[in-house]
Ligand binder design. Sequence first.
Ligand SMILES: *[C@@H]1O[C@H](CO)[C@@H](O)[C@H](O)[C@H]1NC(C)=O
Ligand SMILES: *[C@@H]1O[C@H](CO)[C@@H](O)[C@H](O)[C@H]1NC(C)=O
Ligand SMILES: *[C@@H]1O[C@H](CO)[C@@H](O)[C@H](O)[C@H]1NC(C)=O
Length: 329
Amino acid sequence: MALTLLTQKLKSCFSFLLLMASLSLSVQTAPEVSQLYQFTYPVAVENLFSLPNGCLLLSTSANADLYYIDPEALFPAAQNVITLSGSIKLTGITALGDNFYAVTGAGPNTGSYMQIYVIKFETEGLVSVTVDHMVKVPETGNISGMAALPSNPRTILSADAVGGRILRVNTTDNTVSVAFEHTALKSNEQINATAKGIKGLKIRGNHLYFTNSAQKFFGRFPINADGANTGDVEILARLDETFGNDASYDDFSFDSEGNAFVAVHPSSIHKIAPGGTQLVFAGGVDSMMLEPTSTLISNTGKAICVSTAGKDTGYPISGGQVLRVQVGT
Ligand SMILES: *[C@@H]1O[C@H](CO)[C@@H](O)[C@H](O)[C@H]1NC(C)=O
Ligand SMILES: *[C@@H]1O[C@H](CO)[C@@H](O)[C@H](O)[C@H]1NC(C)=O
Ligand SMILES: *[C@@H]1O[C@H](CO)[C@@H](O)[C@H](O)[C@H]1NC(C)=O
């Protein structure tokens, strides 16, 4: 009798252990996050972009300094490679081909105009950066995400977060036009007309993917070769209350399989599969991530680099960070 009871107990204990084992197999272990570099307050890192040599370009918001960092260095340190004079902060970065890059800067009269700097970046031998020319983008103050047209990479699409427009900037003849406008790109005017709508912007296949910060969704539009939309918005994922009321999407990048890794304020990276399935990939409550602003899949695909804005409330205040999230082993 006692023996059968004991066996019963052992059996249930054993099946409990089996259950635990299978559970721990199916639960994804949190990827390792490490800090590569931290700026001093109040410098925030707005965006990052990878160069063919694996080093990163960083745009900062406290001034118009463009930084360069080698994420594989033993002690990575950000170096200021150029100050883009005439701007008070830098936002989006994209590649135009042939070592040319476009960097967005905001003019000193907040909201009146922005400018796209076309820079040439040489990484053979000594690093050298020169400004080729500048394109003025009038009547906007909130261009953040930026992407080159795949079939015509000297022309870029820029996200106007307040106007709810996709601007087309041709860096060859320096003309600016509106590719399209849509309410899905605006903030939610009923709630807050000056909040930011579209933040991140990427082109993949025949679609323009974007995050809308105020409206809390990730979606896409079908576009043609000139960047005009050829159909309506498709919403792929939303930040509902299960992710917390303060959560908001910022910029993102795709891996080779089309998964989007989205920077989410205040402290996480979400992974959104091509079908829209969303999970918290890294970070979360008590994470060392301080207001993630954008992500970048490393050239090897083994790591995701994350830029952050840092923290200007509470104690201690902190500058923006460059973090590395390990992918797989
Ligand atoms: C965003 O744009 C609006 C209107 O163009 C402007 O008033 C506001 O200051 C801008 N915000 C920033 C951060 O530039
Ligand atoms: C950009 O301007 C150049 C020169 O005018 C033109 O050849 C090119 O087609 C333009 N690009 C787009 C996408 O319209
Ligand atoms: C609206 O959004 C702006 C920018 O994010 C913010 O500074 C402001 O406090 C917001 N206003 C309200 C009423 O929430």
